[in-house]
Ligand binder design. Structure first.
Ligand code: GLN
Length: 323
């Protein structure tokens, strides 16, 4: 490593350490998700952050950045990637690409729109995506395919499915079953409702650390940049489109507000994690379990806001001398 890149690494580490130290003192941390009982057991004082810059590939990790947490809806980015690898553009006959403006588990639009979900990042959309991944496979194999992708992208074979979280989701998943039943009634589900939701719950129950998630997001951050860290099987056009969906739909009915405040594509989960990407520059993961009213990490969002303010990162124009 050159001296310049060492200095850059140190500066970024200091910045992230500072954000983590400041947010650790916050008393207003949001509410841990309790509709999935297993998630309610997580300590709300946890806070982790990791950034992998594209130019060095060297991870900056702070706080609980090496503690695994339930990635929940962040898995929707990886499951969409897998489904697109499997069936390509045909996927878009079964799920749309518009922001929903509704909560992540809402059912109202499904009736108006005849069982075709608004986008792949709300629950209904990800359930269809799980059905596509599962076609011709058992729920176990469809789960292993996703786990394999996450391990490959994270360069880490220790990524795992948290069986306690998966069981907890199965025991309390009436609403997700209702979404699946409704889509089955409209002819937009091929597998059995129970098999499809089992696969979907397993995908949501994958546990990863911020370091692993930020590393996994490099296929997005590096879109079109031919460097070693990129996964060649996911082409740049596809990665750019995934990020467009993250920007418009990644935070459910707070996606517009997130674009306004932070200005880079991201995907949140009710485990309190957020994966965010500054294209061509860095992949970022943050974890704080307390959620705001829309189900997005309260302090995770604050941390990203402070990060982009300090670095000048935004897809709407970069301020180069700040990072
Ligand atoms: N597994 C969660 C659910 O289906 C995922 C939701 C989320 O992270 N927003 O309710």
């Amino acid at each position: 490593m050159s001296e310049a890149s060492d200095a850059k690494h140190r500066r970024l580490q200091e910045l992230v350490d500072d954000i983590v130290a400041r947010l650790a003192k916050e008393t207003e941390r949001g509410e841990v998700a309790d509709y999935i009982p297993e998630l309610a057991k997580v300590d709300p004082n946890r806070f982790g952050m990791a950034i992998v810059p594209v130019d060095t590939g060297r991870a900056v990790v702070a706080g609980d950045g090496d503690v695994p947490f339930s990635i929940q809806s962040i898995s929707k980015v990886f499951s969409l990637t897998l489904a697109l690898e499997k069936v390509g553009e045909a996927l878009w006959k079964r799920v749309n690409r518009e922001p929903s403006g509704d909560p992540f588990n809402s059912i109202v639009q499904l009736e108006y729109e005849k069982g075709v979900p608004r986008n792949p990042f709300i629950n209904a959309g990800a359930i269809v995506v799980a059905d596509v991944i599962m076609e011709g496979l058992s729920p176990k194999d469809a789960t292993n395919d996703m786990l394999g992708l996450c391990r490959r992208l994270a360069h880490d074979g220790s990524v795992y499915v948290d069986r306690n979280v998966a069981r907890s989701e199965r025991l309390t998943g009436a609403r997700n079953r209702a979404l699946a039943q409704f889509m089955a009634a409209e002819g937009n589900l091929r597998g059995s409702v129970e098999d499809v939701v089992t696969t979907y719950f397993n995908h949501c129950s994958i546990a990863m650390t911020c370091r692993q998630l930020a590393t996994a997001g490099m296929y997005l951050a590096c879109a079109g940049i031919p460097i070693g860290a990129t996964d060649a099987s996911i082409n740049a056009d596809r990665a750019r489109r995934l990020m467009a969906l993250m920007m418009t739909c990644g935070q459910y009915d707070a996606s517009g507000e997130f674009a306004f405040r932070i200005g880079i594509p991201s995907k949140s989960g009710v485990g309190g994690g957020i994966l965010a990407v500054m294209p061509g520059v860095a992949s970022i993961a943050v974890w704080s379990p307390g959620l705001d009213a829309k189900g997005n990490s309260l302090l995770g969002t604050r941390a990203l806001e402070e990060l982009v303010r300090a670095t000048g990162w935004s897809v709407f124009g970069r301020i180069p001398d700040r990072d």
